[in-house]
Design a protein around this ligand. Structure first.
Ligand code: PMP
Length: 369
């Protein structure tokens, strides 16, 4: 590199460092030696330019939508399957059974196909035909069952457990309480974030479904930084965790709901339990702010994100504002908008949810469905 009139020597040195670092990172991705499963993770950490400039902070989003199954859940899917293998619960030709309506099923389907396992999925029959079709075309055997509460023995999770127990060489992966899920983030997501930022981050925030991501990343970053990096839960309406944290550990009944999918929780799962006390706080994000961020991320950042990702981005902005200019905040871009486009960009749906007026001025042009 030579210095030119428009680039200082310092800027060029910074660019060289950045290029070298990116080469190091991409080396790890170059050949997925064990096949598709090695293409999971090592996702880019994207600077969200507009909101970074607005807050005077560096707001960075981990592009989990680039995983083979299109979401952060590929990481947990791989770890729960490999944990079962290591424990001798799953041998060649075996069957994985899970209760899931969403991204975990898709992640498991890719992992199972790649490793030669059968996959059986139980889900509530209220889920869209699109989700069922997607799982079936990835080779899964899908059982839509009546949508009944967890307490009912016919709930999809219990049916998945019983199905696995009735077979030889089969395992119920139990994503909510199987801590191999959280381990995925201790061993991959956390270190990637630390390496990508060279340890120069001040805070992490994300929402929880199973809690695997928040717990695992928080544990790793806290240990690595001797507690310096702060971590905050981002919580949607209808989840009990925000008030649980705010009240110092009181569990309330679930009430209300959210447009976000895959996040929000009614209890402290085994994945979250060991690390919930490490959190520095919690931010509650209303759906109005989440939907506005779906549109502005698309328009201003150029990223096409699902609602849970955008809730995370809103939380990252709030954390950045709380910390003040000059700080670096990392969050998760859990999946893309394609799976939800028929809702998020539909005028009728926005009207039904009373969210039409939350779309930022000038961005109504994205309401195309
Ligand atoms: N976002 C989306 C879209 C998800 O499907 C999930 C998992 N259900 C999450 C976020 C939350 O991830 P975790 O299960 O690790 O808490």
């Amino acid at each position: 590199f030579t210095t030119t009139a428009w680039r200082s020597a310092e800027a060029i040195a910074q660019m060289e460092t950045r290029i070298k670092r990116n080469i190091e990172i991409s080396k790890a991705q170059r050949i997925a030696q064990r096949g598709l499963v090695d293409a999971i993770g090592n996702t880019p950490l994207i600077r969200m330019n507009h909101i970074s400039d607005q807050t005077g902070c560096e707001i960075l989003g981990k592009a989990e939508y680039q995983n083979p199954g299109g979401s952060v859940k590929d990481r947990a899917a791989l770890f729960v399957v490999e944990h079962a293998e290591k424990q001798g619960l799953l041998r060649a030709g075996g069957t994985v059974v899970e209760g899931t309506a969403g991204n975990t099923g898709i992640g498991l389907a890719h992992v199972c196909r790649s490793k030669g396992y059968k996959l059986v999925i139980y889900m509530p029959n209220t889920q869209s035909q699109g989700k069922i079709d997607h799982l079936r075309l990835l080779g899964a055997e899908v059982y839509p069952v009546p949508a009944v509460a967890f307490e009912n023995p016919e709930n999809y999770n219990h049916q998945a457990k019983r199905h696995a127990e009735s077979m030889n060489n089969a395992v119920w992966t139990n994503q909510f309480d199987n801590t191999a899920n959280r381990q995925a983030h201790i061993e991959t997501t956390g270190p990637e974030i630390w390496y990508q930022t060279e340890g120069k981050l001040d805070a992490f925030t994300c929402a929880t479904g199973t809690g695997g991501t928040l717990a695992g990343v928080t544990r790793y970053l806290k240990e690595k930084s001797d507690g310096r990096v702060k971590s905050f839960l981002a919580d949607p309406p209808g989840s009990v965790l925000h008030s649980y944290i705010q009240s110092g550990g009181k569990l309330t009944e679930r009430a209300g709901g959210s447009i976000t999918e895959g996040i929000g929780q009614g209890r402290v799962t085994d994945n979250l339990k060991p690390d919930i006390d490490l959190l520095d706080g919690s931010v509650h994000i209303p759906d109005e702010e989440t939907i506005a961020m779906v549109y502005s991320c698309l328009d201003q950042e150029g990223v096409y994100l699902g609602a849970s990702s955008c809730l995370n981005v809103v939380a990252a902005v709030k954390v950045a504002q709380k910390l003040g200019p000059g700080h670096t905040v990392v969050t998760m871009l859990c999946d893309g908008a394609s799976r939800y486009a028929e809702r998020l960009f539909s005028r009728k749906w926005l009207e039904q949810k009373n969210l039409l007026t939350s779309i930022p001025k000038g961005l109504e042009k994205y309401i195309v469905l």
